[in-house]
Design a protein around this ligand. Sequence first.
Ligand SMILES: NC(=O)c1ccc[n+]([C@@H]2O[C@H](COP(=O)([O-])OP(=O)(O)OC[C@H]3O[C@@H](n4cnc5c(N)ncnc54)[C@H](O)[C@@H]3O)[C@@H](O)[C@H]2O)c1
Length: 274
Amino acid sequence: MSYNLLKGKRGIISGALDERSIAWRTALKCYEEGAEIVLTNAPVAMRMGEINKLAEAVKAPVIACDVSSNEDVANLFTKSMEHFGGGIDFILHSIGMSINVRKGKHYTEIDYGFNSKSLDISAVSLHRMLATAMKMDAINDWGSVVALTYIAAQRVFPDYNEMADAKALLESITRSFGYHYGVKKHVRVNTISQSPVRTTAGSGVKGFDGFMDYAEKMSPLGNATSDECANYIVMMFSDLTRKVTMQNLFHDGGFSFTGVTEAVIEKMEAPSTP
Ligand SMILES: NC(=O)c1ccc[n+]([C@@H]2O[C@H](COP(=O)([O-])OP(=O)(O)OC[C@H]3O[C@@H](n4cnc5c(N)ncnc54)[C@H](O)[C@@H]3O)[C@@H](O)[C@H]2O)c1
């Protein structure tokens, strides 16, 4: 069911790799709610070609952009504004990449060259997008920017590796830039801290399936799905949340504030099978 929450709004959605991507689900919802969209992803991801299916479904152009490149990010805003014939109302930053995880490096033995690339792509890229947009005056008054994060920024999840540090930095940039963009143009910037979901980025984390089951049992409402995350993002892009900014918003079925659940205790007490 559509509420037309984004009627007349125009936005950029990054990170739709395949139909499991949170960004993919979000693009569909934004379109359903009346938004006009530009899709973007890294050139290497676009070579898979999947994104063209989404582009057709949501009638959006696709603009290649490696978020670690200043030129690519500037080009993304120039082309998007040309396409829309004006400014942008919302941006989804749905980008994460850990080279050390990919290379199987343990957190205590990471390669710092890979680490700086991981932080640049997963966190500093939000700064780059916001700084470029501010310089080009690309985001309209009362615009909304959302980036996706994970609770490993606050608590230790050992196999989340250097991405925990990347998410902590992403959340900090959200607060700091949120302040400046708020004062300058009433633009709000928030992170949504999402439950685990089985996507390409998500399932790259070691022990992911066991962890997803644990999170499900530790969440009074159960894990939040990608489609539910997309709904929350739509709300954040809508005019119903104009005074929410610089926040890290948990969207995790209650996981973040649960100490333990009966389901987990029962599991711990269950007699072990020989
Ligand atoms: N899946 C989960 O369990 C989960 C939970 C909480 C938060 N998140 C976050 O949600 C976001 C989206 O991830 P997802 O789970 O949908 O996985 P995904 O793999 O579908 O999306 C990650 C995207 O990042 C893009 N990307 C990587 N390097 C890039 C670059 N240099 N330039 C531009 N784009 C680049 C990839 O192409 C991909 O589309 C990430 O920030 C992730 O950390 C995921």
